[in-house]
Design a binder for this molecule. Structure first.
Ligand code: AMP
Length: 286
C-alpha cells in the first residue's frame, strides 16, 4: 500500500495505473470495521482502492469536536494495509483547500435542511465540498459510503448526479457491534454507562421496523423510539420517518405505511451525539 500526501503525487500515481477501475472510500480516519467493510466492497468491485483519511475542518461547526476528533494515522495505515487497500491518501488541509480557495459547491435542494442539518446547519456544505474535491481528484468509477450516514449518502448521490461527475455512488450496510451499537469513531467518547444507555437506539429502531411491518401508525412508531431513548437517559435530537431519497417526512395519515422509508435517529448520550437508522429500500429492510 502506498501512503500519499500530495494531490499531485496521487494524480501521477493514478495515471501510472491507467486502465484499472478505481474505487474511492472517503473517511475521517480512526478506522473501525464499518470503514473496513467499505474497503472490502471497493476491493470486490474495482481494481484499485483509494482510501482517503482526512478530518475535514469545513464539516465541523464552531463548537463541534474538530480539535478533539480521534486521530491515529499509524493504526489506520496498519488496518488499511491488512484490508488490502492500494493507496492511503492523507492530505493536509491546504492540499484539499488550496490557499485562497474561493470556489465552493452550494447545495440548493431542501435535502440539506432536514434531519441532522437542523442542529448542524453547515455540516453538509462541508461534506459536499470535500467529497466533490476528492471525486475531482481521484475520478473514481465507484465511491463507497456507509448507510449509517444516510443523509450524507442521499446528498452525495444527488450532488454527483447534479454535477455530472459520473462516479457511481454505492451505499453499504451499517456495521454494528455484537450488541447492536452502530460502529462510529465517536463511540470512543462514551463512558461505560453512556455506552449501555446508547444501546436503546439500535434496540428501539429494530422494534420500530418490526412495528412498521405490522402496519403500526408512523407517529406512534416514532413516539416509541423517542420514549425508549429518553427512558435510557439519552437526549433525543430527532426521530423521523422520511422518504429515503428526498428525506421528506412521510405522512401515513395514521394508517401505517407499506412503501420504502428511512427511520433516522440522532440522540445525545452525555456530550456525544450519535446517529443511527433503519430503512426499507426497494422493499427490503436494511
Ligand atoms: P467517517 O470516517 O465517520 O466520516 O466515515 C467514513 C465512511 O464510513 C462514511 O461513508 C460512513 O458512512 C462510513 N461508516 C461509518 N461508520 C459506519 C458503520 N458503522 N457501518 C458502515 N459504514 C460506516
Amino acid at each position: 500500500m502506498k501512503i500519499i500526501r500530495c494531490a499531485d503525487e496521487l494524480r501521477r500515481e493514478l495515471k501510472e495505473q491507467a486502465g484499472k477501475s478505481i474505487g474511492l472510500v472517503p473517511t475521517m480516519g480512526f478506522l473501525h470495521a464499518g470503514h473496513i467493510s467499505l474497503v472490502n466492497a471497493s476491493r470486490e468491485n474495482t481494481d484499485l482502492t483509494v482510501v482517503s483519511v482526512f478530518v475535514n475542518p469545513t464539516q465541523f461547526g464552531p463548537n463541534e469536536d474538530f480539535d478533539s476528533y480521534p486521530r491515529d494515522e499509524a493504526r489506520d495505515a496498519e488496518l488499511l494495509m491488512a484490508a488490502g487497500a492500494d493507496i492511503m491518501f492523507v492530505p493536509t488541509v491546504s492540499e484539499i483547500y488550496p490557499e485562497g480557495n474561493s470556489t465552493d459547491i452550494v447545495l440548493t435542494s431542501g435535502i440539506k435542511t432536514k434531519l441532522c442539518a437542523k442542529t448542524r446547519p453547515t455540516h453538509f456544505d462541508g461534506v459536499t465540498n470535500v467529497v466533490a474535491r476528492l471525486l475531482c481528484l481521484v475520478k473514481p468509477d465507484k465511491a463507497f459510503f456507509g448507510r449509517k450516514d444516510a443523509q450524507q449518502l442521499a446528498i452525495i448521490t444527488r450532488m454527483t448526479r447534479d454535477m455530472l461527475i459520473g462516479t457511481q455512488i454505492v451505499g453499504c450496510p451499517i456495521v454494528r457491534e455484537q450488541d447492536g451499537l452502530a460502529m462510529s469513531s465517536r463511540n470512543t467518547y462514551l463512558s461505560e454507562s453512556e455506552r449501555v444507555s446508547a444501546l436503546s437506539i439500535s434496540r428501539s429502531i429494530k422494534t420500530a421496523a418490526e412495528d412498521i411491518e405490522k402496519g403500526k401508525a408512523l407517529a406512534s412508531v416514532r413516539d416509541g423510539v423517542s420514549s425508549e431513548i429518553s427512558a435510557s437517559g439519552g437526549r433525543v435530537d430527532y426521530v423521523e420517518i422520511v422518504d429515503p431519497g428526498t428525506l421528506e417526512e412521510i405522512d401515513d395519515g395514521g394508517a401505517g405505511f407499506g412503501g420504502d422509508y428511512l427511520l433516522a435517529v440522532a440522540a445525545y448520550f452525555g456530550k456525544t451525539r450519535l446517529i443511527d437508522n433503519i430503512a426499507r429500500i426497494d422493499g427490503k429492510c436494511i
